[in-house]
Ligand binder design. Structure first.
Ligand SMILES: [Zn+2]
Length: 277
């Protein structure tokens, strides 16, 4: 892992002075001027995040929001993993894809928009589905992984690959008006498998999309918080919410949270991972 060391919040050294102070050129200073003013961000954090890599699995609604904020913020490299094609029924929520592109591959479509959003970021499209055979290889270069697939089967694949490699990640899902996400730090928190298996694996207890539909703004809320979680991880910020399963009721605007316990028989609690707890 090449994530930055511990800081109180984003970067934590943004106002530092001294000979080793990193310098942004005038173009970058202008591009990032607003976020450089944030407490604890500053040039140090901006330079640090430009050295790091995030993988976004799923270039749909959650992935559109998460990837756009990470690329906008100036992450060094962002990989977009999605083997699917754009569908007209997804237009209300998948903001990186446009109606004339229905039928095109999502990974390439997302990468094209993201590169226009911020040409300073290296954007890699991976037009492939994550499978048991390729998850470890695809995700091996990540400093942080965001599972934006909203699919329980993919959630388990990403979970297992990241737990195995010790890579911090966040997983999310939406259904109906509801959304949920969980930030996992494999050596410190429970993982998604600790939630227990439902009919089709850990689904975060949300209504099924086939039965309840999907509310676009909820996907934006959850996807944006996925980007926030990734930024916190990349910049070494303390995140008291790590390990919490947070759920948002988009109909009422109310949040709830639970902290699942690490199951002693889970993959995150044995072998090399447990040895680092
Ligand atoms: Zn676990």
């Amino acid at each position: 892992m090449s994530a930055a060391g511990a800081h109180d919040e984003f970067g934590g050294e943004g106002s530092q002075d001294g000979a080793d102070r990193p310098a942004l050129d005038a173009g970058l200073a202008e591009r990032y001027a607003d976020q450089l003013q944030l407490p604890g961000w500053g040039e140090q954090a901006q330079v640090e995040i430009a050295r790091l890599t995030a993988f976004v699995v799923g270039a749909g609604a959650l992935g559109s929001a998460a990837a756009a904020y990470l690329v906008g913020a100036g992450i060094g490299r962002l990989a977009v993993v999605d083997g699917g094609q754009i569908a007209i029924a997804e237009m209300p929520r998948q903001l990186l894809h446009f109606t004339p592109e229905v039928g095109m591959g999502k990974a390439d479509s997302a990468a094209a928009k993201l590169s226009l959003l911020n040409p300073e970021v290296h954007v890699d499209p991976f037009p492939a589905d994550v499978t048991a055979d390729n998850a470890d290889v695809i995700l091996m270069d990540a400093d942080v992984v965001l599972d934006c697939s909203s699919r329980a089967a993919v959630r388990l694949l990403v979970n297992d690959a990241c737990v195995g490699s010790g890579t911090p990640f966040a997983s999310a899902a939406t259904g109906g008006y509801d959304g949920a996400y969980m930030v996992v730090r494999p050596r410190d928190t429970a993982c998604c498998r600790c939630l227990g298996d439902g009919v089709d694996g850990p689904g975060f207890g949300l209504p099924s999309r086939s039965a309840a539909g999907v509310y676009g703004p909820t996907t934006g809320v959850i996807g944006s918080l996925m980007a926030h979680a990734a930024i916190a991880i990349l910049l070494g910020a303390t995140d008291p919410g790590a390990g919490l399963l947070r759920r948002f009721d988009g109909a009422t605007g109310e949040w709830s949270a639970a902290r699942p316990s690490r199951r002693p028989d889970c993959i995150c609690a044995n072998g090399s991972v447990a040895g680092n707890v």
